[in-house]
Write a protein that binds this ligand. Sequence first.
Ligand code: BJW
Length: 253
Amino acid sequence: MTGPFPIPAALIERLRSAQRVAVLTGAGISAESGVPTFRDAQTGLWARYSPQELANAEAFRRNPRLVWEWYAWRQQIVRQAMPNPGHQALVIMEQRIATFTLITQNVDGLHRRAGSHQVLELHGNLFRSKCLAEDRPVEGDSEDNEVPPRCPRCGGLLRPDVVWFGEMLPAAVLHAAGQAATHAEVFFSIGTSAQVYPAADLPLQALAAGATVVEINPQPTPLSAVASFALHGAAGVVLPALIAQVWAEASPY
Ligand code: BJW
């Protein structure tokens, strides 16, 4: 069986011989797990909440309680969500490819929960906190259920350990992602609107270094026109079909 989504023969051949593959994921890969994306008109978090009000450092300083409650709500959604066939297909890909790097913009931790081992989290993690004053990760909090929680070391405010607009990405993680992009033979951009930099530059770096760049997204993005292959479908459908057609013995069908 070939699976429900046809994969171009040239891509199948390219992947069968590839030794180095890098994957960039965005909110779309978790959409089929029930986690809202950022920019989709119907379901996007930011259709109901203004990012200017909630996901930036200035908003946090102005109203830390509101911002924490928003993150707590998102944590609740993610705790109830399960990894989907798209996440699971990337676990199989990690097992099949000699040098495989999974780079995610997502803060939901679903790749690790699916069983992926090497995950570069560009924008942090929803379930970690850091001290606003010390800019250092914190284990636990002051344990008095205060919102926002307080740093157990200095008593200052804790904030989510995520990357807001205008903030630097973790340097070592971004460096590793850039290395993976420029050394990849095949680079996938999956479930991202390809609008937020510097993550959106990674597929372009891969392309400039000679990689085959594959986009998987039901909607066109700024990357679609330059990608080697633009597969317009849901990640939870396209990725299992791709695994089935490239590595027939690992077929979920
Ligand atoms: C499906 C699907 C299914 C649906 N299957 N697909 C260069 C040019 C222009 C601007 C800049 C630039 N460099 C930097 C900037 C500024 C800014 C930026 O990029 N702005 C642009 C918007 C123009 N970047 C920054 O500020 C970054 N920092 C920085 O560059 O620092 C340098 C610096 C700092 C200070 C001084 C000097 C220099 C930081 C960016 C941080 C982004 N943070 C967020 C929030 C994280 C925390 C949180 O979760 O609350 O990260 S914003 C938000 O966007 C989140 C996401 O990770 C990120 C990307 O979104 P994503 O994943 O693409 O989601 P969507 O919703 O946009 O798209 C979903 C897609 O899925 C859609 O296409 C659907 O079609 C698709 N889909 N179902 C497959 N089933």
